[in-house]
Ligand binder design. Structure first.
Ligand code: S3P
Length: 207
């Protein structure tokens, strides 16, 4: 039996970089949930964002693998995509009950109606939007994504873009990711989050 309430998110806390000024003093009052397609950079940007904001970072795919004791590939192979989505829903629900943190989600998470509702209710969502060429380039680095084995990665990604981009667009903040240094994207995410203030920020008001 898989215990989806178990995970090692606490261990994933990222130390704050005291030398980085942008984002210093800004604290979202709700967990920041990164959404977007495979290869959009949710994990790498999320990790840096957490460091900048002095928050813990957690990757929901990693949490699912920890809870299941096996890889996402194996979950897909042995139990199917529906079981994976069930795990994902429970894990993200649990992560959103934890103290404010940065959560990178798998590309399909925000497509699930219930997961999306939980993210909207308890978190602040950020869509990392990227074009097809960039996504293709990035996903070519790893061969462990079950959905990309279902056909030609370019066709799969392009179909997923058509299907998912209208839903990702419901995110609170949209940031275009280009082949720029990650800190440029992190700056854009922080600016987007700050633009939502004061609703989503506990930042002290400017006197
Ligand atoms: C998926 C994306 C993957 C992982 C799973 C399914 C998807 O995460 O959750 O393979 O449906 O797009 P990444 O977006 O982190 O690659």
């Amino acid at each position: 039996m898989i215990d989806f309430n178990r995970g090692d998110s606490a261990a994933a806390t990222v130390a704050r970089d005291p030398l980085t000024p942008a984002g210093a003093g800004f604290r979202p009052s709700r967990s920041v949930v990164l959404v977007g397609l495979m290869g959009a950079g949710k994990t790498s940007i999320g990790r840096r964002l957490a460091q900048r904001l002095g928050l813990a970072f957690v990757d929901s795919d990693h949490e699912i693998e920890t809870a299941a004791g096996c890889t996402i590939e194996t979950i897909f192979e042995m139990y199917g995509e529906r079981a994976f989505r069930d795990c994902e829903r429970r894990v993200i629900g649990r992560l959103l009950e934890e103290p404010v943190q940065v959560i990178a989600t798998g590309g399909g998470a925000f497509m699930d109606h219930e997961t999306r509702g939980t993210v909207k209710a308890r978190g602040v969502s950020v869509w990392l939007r990227a074009d097809l060429e960039l996504l293709l380039h990035r996903v070519s680095r790893r061969a462990n994504r079950p959905l990309l084995k279902r056909g030609d990665p370019k066709e799969v990604l392009s179909a997923l873009m058509a299907q998912r981009y209208p839903i990702y667009a419901e995110a609170d903040v949209t940031v275009d990711t280009r082949d720029a240094p990650p800190d440029v994207t992190v700056d854009a995410v922080i600016a987007g989050l700050q633009a939502l203030a004061p609703v989503d920020s506990t930042e002290a008001p400017v006197p």
